[in-house]
Write a protein that binds this ligand. Structure first.
Ligand SMILES: C[S@@+](CC[C@H](N)C(=O)[O-])C[C@H]1O[C@@H](n2cnc3c(N)ncnc32)[C@H](O)[C@@H]1O
Length: 209
């Protein structure tokens, strides 16, 4: 099975996101697997007028939120089913595009540059950072923000992706890895789960230097 087929298969079992969050908002950004939990888009700094790339954008709801705040957005996902669903959901939003592509292939081929790159349980988790980060850095403006989330290492939660596919690292490891690929001011935090849940979330933010 190809990577695209395997992620298309995963997409079939994914639960749709609620139409509104606890605050009654119809778009929002959520870094964790839990509803109404954790920081929001402020992690990225102001996004209005900025070009944003999401790697492994799924149905595009997080990216769509950033575009409603004034960003332009490109969502890249290897699974064709995701682009189809994302277009159904968010095709009406101006300044938002979705592309079916593997993240490294997209980055190697594009001539676009981005102010902000994010990945929420997305491609940054599933691609070897030694391959991915040089390609990401090459397409980012200096001073741009890279931010991503994933399950912390050793987490026993049910997990997407084939065994061995995840590239989850500790905060110290991320500081080192990102530092060796042209990123500084790395802030890597483990967010505690909400009450009653067990699995935390790793949230990493770095500046392209
Ligand atoms: C766990 S889902 C998360 C989706 C979305 N970010 C969210 O928060 O709902 C992981 C997504 O990353 C995509 N993905 C995994 N590896 C990828 C790669 N190498 N290139 C592009 N997309 C990838 C999958 O197709 C899937 O949609």
């Amino acid at each position: 099975m190809t990577l695209a087929e395997s992620w298309d298969r995963y997409a079939v079992g994914s639960k749709p996101r609620r139409t509104t969050n606890a605050r009654g908002e119809t778009t929002w950004l959520n870094w964790t697997q839990y509803p109404d939990h954790g920081p929001n888009e402020r992690v990225l700094g102001p996004v209005a007028g900025r070009s944003v790339l999401e790697l492994g954008s799924g149905v595009g709801s997080n990216l769509a939120h950033l575009v409603t705040l004034g960003a332009t957005g490109v969502g890249v996902d290897v699974a064709p089913a995701r682009e189809e669903k994302a277009r159904q959901e968010w095709g009406h939003v101006a300044g938002l595009q979705f592309r079916t592509a593997e993240a490294t292939a997209f980055l190697a081929a594009t001539s676009e540059t981005f102010d902000v790159v994010l990945s929420i349980f997305g491609a940054v988790w599933f691609v070897d950072p030694e391959k991915l980060l040089p390609l990401v850095r090459a397409r980012m403006a200096t001073g741009g923000i890279l931010a991503f989330s994933h399950l912390p290492p050793g987490s026993q939660a049910p997990r997407p992706g084939k065994a061995g596919m995840r590239h989850d690292h500790t905060p110290d490891e991320w500081v080192h890895i990102l530092g060796s690929h042209g990123f500084g001011d790395v802030n890597a935090t483990v967010l505690a789960p909400p009450q009653g849940a067990e699995v935390a979330t790793m949230l990493v933010r770095a500046v392209a230097s």
